[in-house]
Design a protein. Structure first.
Lengths: 304, 437, 335
């Protein structure tokens, strides 16, 4: 019972961290049909921003999150104005490959500037802390903070999209860009804004998780793939869908640990022989594939 | 105008005739080209930089006479038996990609016409590069790849100076055996039941899965029980599920084969989940990197790692100290496991060439098979270098040995590695059991 | 017979295209005797391999407009089939290659059926997902060496071994691959004029119209997917004999999938010459940028930065690739 509880808690927490990472992707997709291969690289940049500014100023890395948000927003707008705007005219394949090029560029720029060494934070109030809340449930402080931030930002984005004029304009751009233009909505600016917010949220996520993870220029791709699976699973462009899908994915990644717990509790040899851990991410992709085949628009999709 | 033209033509003609009469080799100093393939960019670029510096330092020492170093290759400039020929290293970057490695090997052999190859750090790349070298009959010496199957392929043009994971893993089990028998410095004999359950987590790569297999086979031989042996996806964003699995197995000994980012995350997660165990051992790689130590600080006190070179060795071995001083002058860092072995790899090349007294591949082959370098020539703490020429392992150095170090807090509050195995060179008392998180 | 005639009939291309193609062909045939370095040879083999991958991808991705980013799984199936059969049972390449194609096509039918229910981005990401699932499965499957991979030991054969395709010199590999390359061109030339080819282009333009014309859209896509798969699988088998070492991480990586699509797109998807032009530009560019700049100390990764910038420029300003530029120039000239 205890282990079940702690597995669920760990799964939900990791799910919320993933949700935070995927949020930016879903905002960008919601407003314009573009899947961004460079998403994980923005996370990496956020991580470096948090790490380096914290090291340079000696302040707690938590205070660096607004800096990361600013850097991310500017970077996002810059990427849109300088590059993505042109991509949008082309077919989908050109968009995918263009953002793949962006990914290669950002990754190798980071390699050029920061070097390939793994770097990690050495100070900060969240670094290395964890709470034991009884019942065998142990919560690392970083993940708890990330989860809390994730919930807050999802609520914020949801409110922005549904309760404000700006959000309505963004949604209108998403539904019918041409129509929105006729209504006097500056769609170009809306798109740039979506990129700014999207990239900003992911760099904040990066600045937060650098409290727990170490960073190197190659860290992005796996996050990108998982974020893809989450956003598609939730239905492209659906903010609550992405949150829910991220929780599902978080739970799936905890399956191997639970499986092994059962193995050793009941001493079942056949269970011990299944390489569950090696297949950890396969379950995520498989779940994505199966759910998509059953429901081709994703769990909460409204757009195709 | 016409005169100038005539003069030029005359000079050109003279040069041409001279060039034809005098063989080009006689004028220029003779050079021996060694192709060196390392991961200079990509994820392992930091290791590549160390490897490159190690090999370059060895070439420098071989090419100039240095009286301050007690090594036979430092005594004269160049290869004496080849008329003082200089070693020239041609570096290539494989990015950790085996296919690219094979292409580069072909380029080195066919275009650059190298006399031999040194490399390649990643076992998977060494595999493809050595296959190309074997096909073309060009000798290759490997100093840093530790995957056991590399020397079990019956290749005739491939030699490996470093001990491989089979022997490194055996060292670990010797240490565990020593613990139960009370041989370890500063530790009373431990009941075997405290250590009998083993859990291992290795990264899901060529290297990691071979380490995992080695752990299983030695555990069987030494009578230990591998409760859990998992392969996890490397560069993982989260290891909480993996750690939960390890925890569920309730192991007395935890073994890891991980690179830096995973090693750091693994120890952080172990700590966050308050895992209890008696011994934690890492198979070099990430567990030896400075970033591992700088990030985790006090929480790694008591963690063991297998290694081939520690700064402690430089204190114990005179020649290692001398080379270390030069290396520090050149790069600002101490020699590490990677650079010391790269250095030794090229040093072996120098000795082989000296003995062969020729650059013909077959002469080099004969020399390599007969070479013996005594241990006091080497920076690494080995008994020497001598390659096996028969049995299941061809071309493997049989005199190599590993060290097991333990992170301990020194009197100055700094965390450093102390030698705990082999028992006779132990530099400090071992901390047992592992301080609980 | 009719099909053969169609395959060999290039008369609908302008004369200039055919002249250039002929010159390139002569260059390719004579390439080994022109005295280039072995590095150029290795680059050339990479070029031919990626042209063939790209031609395969072009059927479903170019003519059919379905963005497939999961071709690496079929590279893996082909390569593993050949390597396993060669290592375990000493079966020659010429037998194991068709077996690999059969297995790959079989697998493509199994996953193609559900896969083509998806559209657009959902489809693209699902192809990535299936490829990664298969890669993970190969990484734990002990029969095929799991994550340790498989190695074809060069010392067990006596090169040149035409049966098992084990050679010492690259020139043999080059000519065999060139043979496949020409066959590939003929096949695609037939394909683009075949019934399926026309159906596909119709599907690409408007799926609903295609359906109303009585085309079985789902089935046409699955069939084309299988054709693309067999191209990739053949080259995968070749890859196993050429590199002699396969590992899931190397052979089935996402990067391979993306590169395949990238070559075809950059050259011009949906045209016969597109993938060849794409591979002909990108492969030498990458190799030589690396050769010139890659090992420069202090500027780690600068070669890939330049490479990435070129990809970005082309995808932003000429999404139809180099072939799109050529066609644009022609149209301007005509007007």
């Amino acid at each position: 019972m205890e282990i079940l509880l702690s597995t669920i808690v760990a799964g939900l927490l990791f799910g919320m961290v993933l949700a935070m990472v995927a949020l930016g992707l879903t905002i960008i997709f919601g407003v314009m049909d573009i899947v961004n291969f460079a998403h994980g690289e923005f996370l990496m940049i956020g991580m470096y921003t948090g790490l380096l500014t914290a090291k340079a100023t000696g302040l707690d890395p938590l205070f660096m999150m607004p800096v990361a948000a600013g850097v991310g927003f500017l970077l996002g707008v810059l990427c849109y104005v300088g590059f993505i705007k042109f991509l949008l005219r082309g077919p989908m394949i050109a968009q995918l490959l263009g953002t793949f090029g962006l990914m290669l560029l950002l990754r190798n720029l980071a390699l050029l500037i920061f070097g390939s060494e793994d770097r990690a934070l050495h100070h900060g109030i969240l670094v290395g802390q964890s709470f034991d809340i009884g019942m065998g449930v142990i919560i690392p402080a970083t993940k708890l903070a990330a989860a809390a931030l994730s919930v807050v930002s999802f609520l914020g984005v949801w409110l922005l999209m549904n309760r404000t004029k700006l959000g309505k304009a963004l949604t209108a751009t998403a539904l019918n860009a041409q129509g929105a233009r006729y209504m006097g909505i500056p769609t170009e600016r809306m798109n740039a804004l979506a990129w700014g917010i999207g990239v900003g949220t992911v760099t904040v996520a990066g600045a937060l998780i650098v409290n727990f993870w170490s960073v190197n220029p190659f860290i992005g791709l796996l996050f990108t793939m998982i974020a893809f699976a989450i956003v598609a699973l939730g239905g492209f462009g659906s903010v609550p869908g992405a949150f829910f899908a991220a929780l599902v994915v978080g739970m799936i990644t905890e399956i191997p640990g639970f499986w092994d717990f059962m193995t050793y509790t009941f001493e079942l040899d056949w269970m011990a022989n299944v390489p569950m851990t090696s297949l950890k991410y396969m379950w995520v992709y498989l779940a994505y594939f199966v759910i998509m085949v059953v429901r081709p628009r994703g769990l909460f999709g409204w757009k195709h | 105008m016409k005169k100038v033209l005539k003069c030029t033509l005359f000079v050109l003609g003279l040069v041409l005739i001279l060039g034809l009469i005098v063989p080009s080799g006689a004028l220029a100093e003779r050079v021996i080209k060694i192709g060196v393939i390392y991961p200079l960019t990509g994820g392992a670029a930091a290791a590549g930089r160390e490897l490159r510096a190690g090999a370059e330092l060895a070439a420098e020492i071989a090419n100039t006479a240095m009286t301050t170093i007690d090594m036979s290759m430092a005594r004269n400039a160049g290869i004496k038996s080849l008329g003082g020929a200089k070693i020239k290293l041609i570096f290539k970057d494989h990015e950790g990609n085996p296919t690219l490695g094979a292409d580069l090997a072909k380029k080195l052999i066919l275009d650059d016409k190298v006399d031999g190859i040194l490399g390649c750090y990643f076992s998977s790349v060494t595999k493809t590069v050595s296959a190309v070298a074997e096909q073309h009959g060009i000798p290759m010496i490997n100093g840093t790849s530790t995957s056991p199957p590399l020397t079990q392929r019956g290749f005739k043009w491939f030699w490996r100076t470093t001990p491989h994971d089979k022997w490194f893993t055996k060292d670990l089990f010797e240490l565990l055996k020593g613990l139960t028998e009370g041989k370890v410095k500063g530790v009373k004999a431990v009941a075997k039941k405290d250590l009998i359950n083993i859990a291992s987590a290795c990264e899901k790569t060529e290297w990691g899965s071979n380490v995992s297999l080695m752990i299983q086979s030695w555990a069987k031989e030494y009578g230990y029980n591998v409760r859990k042996s998992m392969l996890y996806a490397k560069e993982s964003p989260d290891l909480s599920s993996e750690v939960r699995s390890l925890k569920a197995a309730r192991p007395g000994v935890m073994l890891f084969a991980s690179y830096t980012s995973d090693a750091i995350l693994m120890v952080k997660t172990l700590k966050a989940q308050k895992v209890k165990t008696n011994v934690i051992w890492g198979q070099d790689a990430g567990f030896e990197k400075p970033e591992f130590r700088n990030t985790l600080r006090d929480s790694i006190v008591g963690i063991l790692t297998r290694t081939v070179f520690l700064p402690k060795v430089a204190e114990l071995k005179k020649v290692a100290g001398q080379v270390n001083a030069l290396y520090k002058l050149k790069t600002g860092n101490d020699l590490g496991g990677a650079s010391a072995r790269a250095f030794t790899g090229l040093q072996t090349w120098v000795h082989v060439l000296e003995k062969a007294a020729s650059t013909k591949p077959t002469d080099i082959q004969r020399a390599a098979n007969a070479i013996y370098i005594p241990g006091d020539e080497l920076v690494v703490p080995w008994a020497g270098i001598k390659f096996s020429t028969s049995g299941d392992e061809i071309g493997q150095n049989v005199l190599g040995g590993g060290l097991i170090g333990q992170y301990q807090k020194g009197p100055d509050g700094k965390i450093g590695l102390e030698i705990v195995y082999p028992f006779d060179v132990a530099s400090a008392n071992m901390i047992y059991p592992f301080q609980q998180f | 017979m009719e099909a053969l005639k169609n395959a060999l009939d290039f008369s609908d291309f302008p004369r200039i295209d055919l002249t250039v193609a002929g010159l390139v062909l002569i260059f390719l045939l004579a390439f080994p005797v022109l005295g280039f370095s072995s590095f150029a040879m290795a680059t050339m083999i990479q070029f031919l391999m990626f042209s063939l991958y790209g031609m395969g991808w072009n059927t479903i991705g170019g003519y059919g407009g379905q963005v497939d980013l999961g071709k690496a799984q079929y590279v893996g199936i082909g390569a593993y089939t050949t390597a396993v059969m060669l290592i375990r049972w000493d079966i020659p390449f010429w037998v194991s290659m068709p077996v690999g194609v059969c297995l790959a096509v079989g697998w493509s039918f199994i996953i193609g059926y559900p896969l083509f229910r998806l559209k657009g981005h959902y489809f693209a990401i699902a192809t990535i997902a299936t490829s990664l699932v298969l890669k993970d499965l190969f990484e734990v499957w002990n029969f095929v060496g799991a994550a340790r991979g498989l190695e074809i030991s060069p010392i067990k054969f006596h090169p040149p071994d035409f049966l098992h395709l084990i050679f010492k010199e690259d020139v043999y590999y080059f000519y065999i691959l060139l043979g496949f390359f020409l066959l590939g061109i003929f096949y695609i030339n037939w394909f683009r004029k075949s019934r399926l080819g026309f159906q596909l282009r119709c599907i690409k333009d408007n799926e609903d119209v295609a359906r109303s014309l009585g085309i079985n859209v789902h089935w046409a896509k699955i069939k084309t997917y299988a054709i693309a798969t067999s191209f990739v699988s053949v080259v995968g088998s070749f890859h196993a004999c050429y590199i002699k070492n396969i590992e899931p991480e190397d052979t089935m990586s996402l990067t391979i999938s993306i590169l395949i699509a990238l070559m075809a797109m950059l050259g011009g998807a949906g045209s016969l010459w597109g993938p060849i032009i794409g591979a002909g530009i990108l492969i030498p560019l990458k190799s030589y940028l690396k050769e010139w700049l890659g090992a420069t100390v202090g500027l780690v990764g600068i070669d890939i930065i330049i490479y990435a910038l070129i990809i970005m420029l082309v995808s932003a300003f000429e999404p139809r690739g180099v072939w799109g530029i050529i066609e644009k120039l022609r149209r301007r000239k005509r007007n």
